[in-house]
Design a protein. Structure first.
Length: 548
């Protein structure tokens, strides 16, 4: 099922509407907050002046005595007159002086004096000295009063704007102190913020209407501009591009062309149109080149597959090579790093009593190494048959001289060649720059034999090599390999190395050759992980049973 694509025009319109609404709401909130803070600042200045007038130039030491004695004496009456005067000649709602007692739910304040108008006296709003607040002040408010009373600095104001059941109220307070700095109580002013309350009811409606009108006008104008200058040119580009893709899938590359959408906007969209035309032309050229290269690669791949099959066919795969042999068991494997490799192994009978074992590694990778591998394997095997000698040294020396002739690519091959006497179990071997062989005698562990290395074959004409012997007891196992095993590399550029190889060989030391090679390969693969195979990996193992 084809997935329905979104309509660009609809998406852009939705984004514009959402953005406009969000912008309008944000600006409205910012404006409202600015208005709110400005009004609070004005109220603050006003109540500051009222409080300053209430507490300045008065004999508070005398009031201290009135509070202690709880008597409305002459000093107290003068305070009440002052507060009444201020209340009657300002726009404040309440003016009062309290003494915070505690922060409990009940009796947390004690009134000292209030300012009243004649109407307040008629309505019995005046409060006598020493009256307790009861539950008039919630505990959280009482707690704030008490904290301010105990911890404020002289002349410090405390502001408490809040919403009550009578509307928004702005409360300001200051601690009244004697001439010695002793706190007597908290003088507070309440003023109803009628202007803010009205603005809060009207302002959101005004903002919403303004945002709606501006959004509609903005959306209409922007949609018209987008249609003309963006969406319509893009639609033309889409049509041309779609037509190019359809014809690219159904026509010959030679006749493939991109229809010019004729976009003349004078901006980036016109540049995009020109880039698409250029890209289409380059795409056509690339497709032609790709077709040619693909054809060539297919031919090369076919040749490589044929080469790999030929190379694989040159290696013996029937083990041990002659049916019904009971005096030894043999198994080998070769895994090239590329499609064809430079490693090889071989085994063949020189006579009824002697079998030759060869493992070698050609320098380099790919086709050149594979060709040199074929030549090297053929030369060594032919020389082993024709030399009429059971000495690996003579075979390698002759092979070296033959392979040095015409070796312009300067390739060489590391080689281990051993000839096993099936009657005695003695291997006569020579090493031309190859890896150390591993041997396990019956009941023991595998150990690497640090044999003497000669120069690699085809390295230098006239090179000399040295024979040495390995005695295989009945039940002993020989293991030879190329450097692809110890030099296998993981993602951290760490090598498998000989120490891990010996541990892998001794996981199951009494394993048969057919079991042993997969064990070693599994340990190499586990070590390498996801890292690519760096080199050809070739192994050969023989277990000697001897003749009865």
């Amino acid at each position: 099922m084809t997935k329905t694509k979104k309509n660009l025009k609809r998406s852009v319109t939705v984004v514009i509407v959402l953005f406009t609404l969000m912008l309008s709401v944000s600006l409205g909130l910012i404006g409202f907050r600015t208005f709110w803070n400005g009004m609070l600042n004005e109220y603050q200045k006003y109540v500051d002046s009222v409080l300053s007038l209430a507490v300045s130039d008065f004999d508070w030491d005398a009031i201290e005595n009135s509070i202690k004695e709880q008597t409305e004496d002459e000093a107290f009456k003068n305070l009440r007159k002052r507060l009444d005067y201020i209340k009657n000649n300002t726009k404040i709602s309440w003016l009062y002086m309290l003494e915070p007692l505690n922060d409990s739910e009940e009796d947390n304040m004690r009134y000292i004096c209030t300012g009243n108008t004649p109407e307040d006296y008629q309505n019995n709003y005046d409060v006598p000295l020493g009256k307790l607040s009861g539950t008039e002040y919630p505990s959280d408010v009482a707690r704030q009063y008490l904290t301010f009373y105990k911890n404020s600095e002289p002349g410090e104001f405390w502001y408490y704007p809040n919403k009550t059941e009578w509307g928004y109220v702005y409360t300001a307070s200051i601690v009244v102190r004697t001439s010695k700095g002793t706190p007597l109580g908290v003088m507070s002013v309440d003023i109803y913020m009628d202007e803010i309350e009205k603005a809060m009811n009207i302002y959101p409606i005004v903002i919403a209407l303004a945002a709606l009108v501006l959004s509609v006008i903005f959306i209409v104008l922007l949609s018209f501009w987008l249609n003309r200058h963006v969406l319509y040119p893009i639609k033309k580009l889409e049509t041309s591009a779609r037509d190019f893709v359809i014809r690219a899938n159904g026509e010959d590359v030679e006749s493939l062309n991109f229809t010019d959408p004729q976009v003349k906007t004078g901006d980036e969209i016109e540049s995009l149109s020109e880039s698409l035309i250029t890209m289409a032309s380059e795409t056509k050229d690339y497709m032609q080149k790709l077709l040619t290269e693909t054809s060539e690669r297919e031919k090369i791949a076919a040749d490589l597959n044929a080469a790999a099959s030929i190379q694989d066919g040159m290696l013996p795969h029937i083990f041990p090579g002659i049916p019904d042999r009971t005096d030894f068991e043999l198994y080998a494997s070769m895994n090239p790093a590329k499609q064809v490799g430079g490693d090889f192994y071989d085994f063949f009978f020189i006579d009824e009593r002697h079998i030759a074992l060869v493992i070698a590694d050609v320098s380099g990778k790919g086709i050149p190494a594979a060709l040199f591998m074929v030549i090297s394997k053929t030369v060594i095997k032919n020389l082993a048959y024709t030399t009429k000698s059971l000495s690996p040294v003579k075979i390698l020396e002759k092979a070296n001289n033959q392979l040095c002739e015409g070796n312009s690519p300067n390739l060489f091959v590391t080689t281990w060649l051993g000839i096993l006497d099936l009657d005695t179990g003695i291997i006569t071997a020579a090493n031309a720059g190859h890896e150390y062989p591993g041997v396990r005698q019956p009941g023991k562990k595998f150990e690497l034999i640090k044999d003497k290395h000669g120069l690699v074959v085809a390295g230098m004409e006239g090179s000399k090599y040295t024979d040495y012997e390995i005695k295989l007891e009945k039940g002993a196992t020989l293991f030879v390999y190329t450097d692809g095993v110890p030099e296998a590399t993981n993602a951290n550029n760490e090598l498998f190395e000989l120490e891990r190889l010996e541990k892998a060989l001794n996981i199951k030391p009494d394993a048969s050759p057919r079991e042993l090679l997969p064990i070693v390969r599994a340990e190499v693969d586990k070590f390498v992980g996801d890292a690519p195979q760096f080199d050809d990996l070739t192994m050969l193992s023989l277990r000697y049973f001897g003749r009865d």
